[in-house]
Every structure is written in structure tokens, then in C-alpha cells.
Design a binder for this molecule. Structure first.
Ligand code: BES
Ligand code: MN
Ligand code: ZN
Length: 504
């Protein structure tokens, strides 16, 4: 889909539709007022009076213009109360608008700068939200569905954002580029996570990472099993040993900062399929575990956006990738393994495998002197009991760092919520036979998982994001469609951009 910026009057757009904003309880103004005049016969006034269009956030009212306006249709897009308008409202509303117009068969749609001017957003931010909202909302994963002749799946070819003057055009161009980069990176993560596990093995994931890195001029290295053995990554390797698929440890580097300067580490859990191993999962819903590499997908995709936005900073992504399978060679409950930092771990439950691969990734990040660290992982089912599919769980050894990650999430419309890391939880992961055990029992499962990881983060400022409740959506809502959400790609990119500004 192209995102174009046009200088001029949006009412003259020769497109299948024009999207105009409508605030709740506010009189028609701006382009909508002019459109109403041109349509004549009080058409819009009547629709408003009937109460059909009230301006509620994401409300959609599609009307035909029957040759009275240049665009063939007008979509009145509700933006809620003017004083409550946020970038997030615009982004979600645009996503819904895009889907509605795609369903109506539109191929080219025009937008006014929604929420700019009286709405309080500046031109750049408005254009960014339109580009990002449309890119995210129009995403679909249809590569394995045969095309039916009677219902061809058509996509929107282009969106055209209208700006009044040359200066606004420049700002809109900058915003649209930013929004599109974030949206496309998120969609790349979604593609990887939606891909079935037989089509995306650790080897395939590594290939995808390599291709992305090449496209954007990033450095990419893949550690093979032998390399991981040399590094003594016994914890990560214990997860891989039950699978016929070789593990891959993906490393992507962006060097936009000072040589030898601080390097932000982004770590992602890359279990391309999680059967649970010998502690096997029940059959119902197990197919969802093809998405257990969403963390790896997020950090890989974030690096692609970072390469295009070029912050003045050094950033390294680490993504250990393996399957978690039961087999004659698989790890058994009670086995003891040793992570690369020397810590021994009693594997109580082979289904708590994410923390086993992240243990070595965190230890390796410390060896590489990366700091600060952010890991993202579909780590515990418990986090969706706690926060549902609304917020991603966040845990840290550095509250100030987490506050900055939460702010980056807010700007992206990705909600994070902190859970405590009280010392008392430590008791639950003490082992009788090793330094740690990999499960802490039923109580506070997300926190004890984070407590386990904290041993490997050590003193390095670190944030852990548990996205097992938010990585997948069962319904359409705003920028999210069914399937992988691509959370927290935009949070990571926003954080990287802000961190580059602050830490140099
Ligand atoms: N990948 C799962 C967590 C998960 C569950 C992600 C549901 C998405 C949806 C993880 O590896 C896992 O199995 N965790 C166990 C940990 C337990 C054995 C301590 C869990 O949450 O049950
Ligand atoms: Mn598991
Ligand atoms: Zn898992």
C-alpha cells in the first residue's frame, strides 16, 4: 500500500472515498462543513440529526456523494469528544475506517489530517497516526488461503493524506514515513508469528532475520549449536535437545552511536513451537504455540524499523530460537542443566522453557556488555490471568528504566503494567539440588518467572515484558486484527529512539 501526501483541498480528491473526522457533540466544521454545503439538501445535517452519526470514537458512517463531490464516498469517522482526543484515538479509528472501506471495495482513499488543528494534534503526528493506523488495521495474513473467484480479496492500493500548504506537506511527509515504518515493522513481526511452525523453524527464522538485516544494512550473525556449546549455553541447549530442528541464536547489530559507547540490548524469546516438551501441553489450543516466538519476532522487526529511523545509538538484538519438543533425547523433569554464567538449574517442568533460553541470552548479553536490557517473551499463561489481553506485564530491577519503557508504550498505544519483584518471591524458585529451579509453583507465576530471569540479568538495568496475554488477539479492535498483534515492536522502537536522545 502506498502512502501519499497531496497538497491541496481534500474535497477535490479523485478517490473512492474521503475520510473526514467528526467530533462528538461539536458542530460540523472545516472540510466537513464545506462537504455538507456541496452535497446540498441538508444531507449531512439530516444524518447527524437522525442520530446515525454521533461522532463516537471509531464510529463509521459511509455515505455516497453521487457526483456532487469529487470523491465517490464520504466516510464520517467518529473521533469522540474533542477535548479527549489522543493520537491513539486517531490511530484506532483510522484502522477501523480502512477495513470498512476495503470491505466496500475501495482501492484508493483520501484522508484529511484527522485530529490536527482544533483536535490538538500537530500535522506530523496526525499524518503518522493515519499512516500507522491504516498500515496496522489493514493487515491480514492470507497467504495460505486460495483465492475464490466470486470473492476476490482486494487490498487498498493507496491512501492519500491531504495537507493545505507546502509546510504542512513537509510535516505530513515526515509523519507518514515514521508511521509507515512502525506499521510495517509491526506487520513483519505479525507475519513471522502467524506463520505456522512447519513453515517457520528456527532455521527459517534465522533466514528471515538475515534477509531483513541485509535489506536494511544491519549486521547479522547466527550462532549454531556448536557455537552455543562453546559458549556453554547449557540451559538454552537443554530446550533444543529434544528437537530434530537445530537451534539458532540470532544476533543483529545496529551501530548508529559512538564506537565503544553504550549498547541497548533487545532480547526476544524464539520458541518456534512449544509442545511443552516431556511436560507436554494438553491438545486443546496447542496450535497457538506456533506464536511462542513472538518475542524474537518483535526484536527482529524492531531492528528493521530502527535501521530506517537511524537513531544515534548502538542497539543489539539477541533472539535464541529453538523448538520445545518431547522425544527420546528431550530434557526430563528433574534434570539439572548449567547456564553459561555457571548457574545450575533444576528443570522441574520442561514447559517452563522460555526462561531457560532467556537465561543464556541474558548471560550472553552481559558478556557482550549490553546495557540496558529489555527482554520480550510469551513467558507465562499466568500473565493473561492477571492482565488479560489488554496489557503486557512488565517487571524490572530498575524502576526508572521501566518508567521510560512504559512511556514508550503509551506513545505506541501499547499498554504495559508493572508487577512487583518483592524479595519474598525468591523462596519459590530455590531448589534442593541446584542453584535454582525453573518453576515457582502456581502462585504469582509471572513474577517468579521474572525472578528467575533476574538472576541472569544480574546488576544490569533490565526490563522484562511478558506478552503471553497480548501477543495474539481473538478479535478485531482498532489497530489489532485477529491473530498476532506485533506487540511490543512499536514500544521497543519508540524506546530506542528516546534512549538515543537521552543517553549520549
Ligand atoms: N509459552 C508458554 C506460555 C504461554 C501460554 C504463552 C499461553 C501464550 C499463551 C510458556 O512456555 C509456558 O508453557 N509457561 C508455563 C510455565 C509453567 C510450566 C511454570 C505456563 O504458563 O503454564
Ligand atoms: Mn512452555
Ligand atoms: Zn513457551
Amino acid at each position: 500500500m502506498d502512502v501519499l501526501i497531496q497538497q491541496g483541498d481534500c474535497l477535490s480528491a479523485r478517490t473512492d472515498a474521503l475520510v473526514l473526522g467528526l467530533f462528538e457533540g461539536a458542530p460540523t466544521a472545516g472540510a466537513l462543513k464545506q462537504a455538507a454545503r456541496k452535497l446540498g439538501s441538508d444531507a449531512i445535517a439530516r444524518i447527524l440529526k437522525e442520530g446515525e452519526a454521533r461522532g463516537r470514537a471509531s464510529e463509521l458512517t459511509l455515505i455516497h456523494t453521487f457526483g456532487k463531490l469529487s470523491p465517490s464516498r464520504l466516510l464520517l469517522l467518529g473521533l469522540g469528544k474533542r477535548e479527549k482526543l489522543t493520537a491513539d484515538v486517531v490511530r484506532n479509528a483510522v484502522a477501523a475506517a480502512g477495513r470498512r472501506l476495503r470491505d466496500a471495495g475501495c482501492r484508493r482513499i483520501a484522508f484529511e489530517l484527522l485530529g490536527a488543528g482544533s483536535g490538538g494534534l500537530d500535522t506530523e503526528r496526525s499524518a503518522a497516526m493515519i499512516a500507522e493506523g491504516a498500515t496496522l488495521g489493514l493487515y491480514r495474513f492470507a497467504r495460505y488461503q486460495s483465492v475464490k473467484e466470486d470473492e476476490p480479496k482486494r487490498d487498498i492500493d493507496a491512501i492519500v493524506i491531504y495537507a493545505d500548504n507546502a509546510r504542512a506537506k513537509g510535516a505530513a511527509e515526515r509523519g507518514a514515513r515514521h508511521g509507515r515504518i512502525l506499521g510495517e515493522a509491526t506487520n513483519f513481526a505479525r507475519d513471522l508469528a502467524n506463520e505456522p511452525a512447519n513453515r517457520l523453524t528456527p532455521t527459517d527464522l534465522a533466514e528471515q532475520a538475515r534477509a531483513m538485516a541485509k535489506e536494511h544494512g544491519l549486521e547479522c550473525r547466527i550462532l549454531e549449536r556448536a557455537d552455543m556449546e562453546k559458549l556453554r549455553m547449557g540451559s538454552a541447549l537443554s530446550v533444543a535437545q529434544g528437537s530434530v530442528q537445530p537451534p539458532k541464536f540470532i544476533i543483529i547489530e545496529y551501530k548508529g552511536g559512538k564506537r565503544g559507547g553504550p549498547t541497548l540490548g533487545l532480547l526476544g524469546k524464539g520458541i518456534t513451537f512449544d509442545t511443552g516438551g516431556i511436560s507436554i501441553k494438553p491438545a486443546a489450543g496447542m496450535e497457538e504455540m506456533k506464536g511462542d516466538m513472538s518475542g524474537a519476532a518483535a526484536v527482529i522487526a524492531a531492528m528493521g524499523a530502527i535501521a530506517q529511523l537511524k537513531p544515534k545509538a548502538n542497539i543489539t538484538a539477541l533472539a535464541p530460537a529453538t523448538e520445545n519438543m518431547p522425544s527420546g533425547s528431550a530434557t526430563k523433569p528433574g534434570d539439572v542443566v548449567r547456564a553459561m554464567n555457571g548457574t545450575t538449574i533444576e528443570v522441574i517442568n520442561t514447559d517452563a522453557e522460555g526462561r531457560l533460553i532467556l537465561a543464556d541470552a541474558l548471560a550472553y548479553a552481559n558478556q557482550l556488555k549490553l546495557s540496558p536490557l529489555i527482554d520480550v517473551a510469551t513467558l507465562t499463561g499466568a500473565i493473561s490471568v492477571t492482565l488479560g489481553d489488554v496489557a503486557t506485564g512488565a517487571m524490572t530491577n530498575d524502576d526508572a528504566l521501566l518508567r521510560r519503557v512504559i512511556a514508550a508504550g503509551e506513545a505506541a498505544g501499547e499498554k504495559l503494567w508493572q508487577l512487583p519483584m518483592f524479595d519474598e518471591y525468591e523462596e519459590q524458585i530455590k531448589s534442593e539440588v541446584a542453584d535454582l529451579k525453573n518453576t515457582g509453583g502456581r502462585l504469582a507465576g509471572s513474577i517468579t518467572a521474572a525472578k528467575f530471569l533476574a538472576h541472569f540479568a544480574g546488576d544490569t538495568p533490565w526490563v522484562h515484558l511478558d506478552m503471553a496475554g497480548t501477543d495474539n488477539s481473538t478479535r478485531e479492535r482498532g489497530v489489532w486484527v485477529k491473530g498476532a498483534t506485533g506487540i511490543p515492536v512499536r514500544t521497543l522502537v519508540n524506546f530506542a529512539m528516546a534512549w538515543a536522545e537521552d543517553d549520549d
